[in-house]
Design a binder for this molecule. Structure first.
Ligand code: ATP
Ligand code: MG
Length: 295
């Protein structure tokens, strides 16, 4: 690990994921770089098919990358064997899916769903019950302990999902469009809940979202384009928190990301508007880089 990265909790360097279906190869991640500090909240945005879920699945230990480097809390996910991956999934990460139904077992009550991951880590029965109840109280569902998912609203199911994900006290929460199925008001409440989890437990949170206002609700948004990080938006004032309310007062700063090889991505529509096809003239003057069409 280089010096600049020593504070990174999540570190991806030149990450590739290639899916092979019969003779066809799909490059889902192509040289992705990402650094996330411990306790940071980062939103990941990008068009459908850009590689957001692929990245989250790799960080969750559900899927192995094809090449590159990825470490979480100093653990090298490429080097981990079967047993280590299982331990990692149980103890080091919590995952929340978009589909509310995917986050809970349908025949189990809220408290049983939250207690389940603790059975897998051999927590004693009484402790499990107590912790599950406490977690459900934290997510505001202390009054729904014995409800099965069908008797809960979508927002309530996602609250249980967050409690399930937190059961074994993981330092990292990964959420793949956790508010995608919710109305705006409920989505805002769930974002608030992520905010209080981050604040109170210090959990590092990566959240994939299509919320167009997300930049006003978190401190840092990274955009994936074609399997690679392309731009990053930050609040001008250093700001960690995630909230359901947008704070449009605070100015945003947008950066284009430069990878280790000096590559930057320029959106195709911008290049088209400048009539730049496959070549451009680059000049450097007064500390400014200019990109022009060929003629
Ligand atoms: N298991 C798989 N086998 C083959 N190709 C896959 C697989 N999973 C994803 N892909 C492909 O990889 C690319 C990235 O997919 P991914 O699911 O990561 O996108 P996404 O950014 O999450 O999109 P969405 O916003 O629609 O959820 C897509 O082209 C997709 O078709
Ligand atoms: Mg996805």
């Amino acid at each position: 690990m280089t010096l600049a990265n020593e504070n990174a909790y999540v570190l991806c360097e030149d990450l590739f994921k290639i899916y092979k279906i019969a003779d066809l190869e799909v490059v889902a991640l192509r040289g992705l770089d990402l650094e996330v500090r411990r306790g940071e909240v980062v939103a990941i945005v990008g068009a459908s098919g850009s590689g957001k879920s692929t990245l989250l699945n790799i960080l969750a230990g559900y899927d192995a990358p094809s090449a590159g480097r990825v470490t979480v809390g100093g653990k090298d996910l490429l080097q981990m064997g079967g047993k280590d991956v299982e331990d990692y999934r149980r103890n080091d990460v919590g995952f929340i899916w978009q589909q509310t139904s995917r986050n809970m077992f349908p025949y189990l009550t809220s408290i049983e769903n939250v207690a389940l991951p603790m059975m897998l880590t051999n927590k004693p029965g009484k402790e499990r019950q107590e912790r599950a109840k406490e977690l459900l109280e934290i997510v505001g569902l202390g009054h729904r302990l014995d409800h099965t998912p069908e008797k809960l609203s979508g927002g309530e199911q996602q609250r249980v999902a967050i409690a399930v994900a937190l059961a074994n006290d993981p330092p990292l929460l990964l959420a793949d469009e956790p508010t995608g199925e919710l109305d705006d008001a409920t989505a805002a409440e769930i974002l608030d809940l992520f905010g209080s989890v981050n604040r109170e437990l210090g959990t590092t949170i990566l959240i994939v979202t299509h919320d167009p206002d997300i930049a006003y609700k978190v401190g840092r948004v990274v955009m994936i384009r074609d399997g690679k990080m392309s731009t990053e938006v930050r609040r001008k004032v250093t700001f960690q928190r995630i909230t359901g309310d947008r704070d449009k007062e605070e100015p945003l700063e947008e950066f284009t990301l430069v990878d280790a090889s000096g590559r930057v991505q320029i959106p195709r529509d911008l290049l088209d508007s400048l009539k730049i096809k496959d070549k451009a003239r680059v000049t450097i003057e007064n500390g400014t880089v200019t990109l022009r069409p060929e003629e």
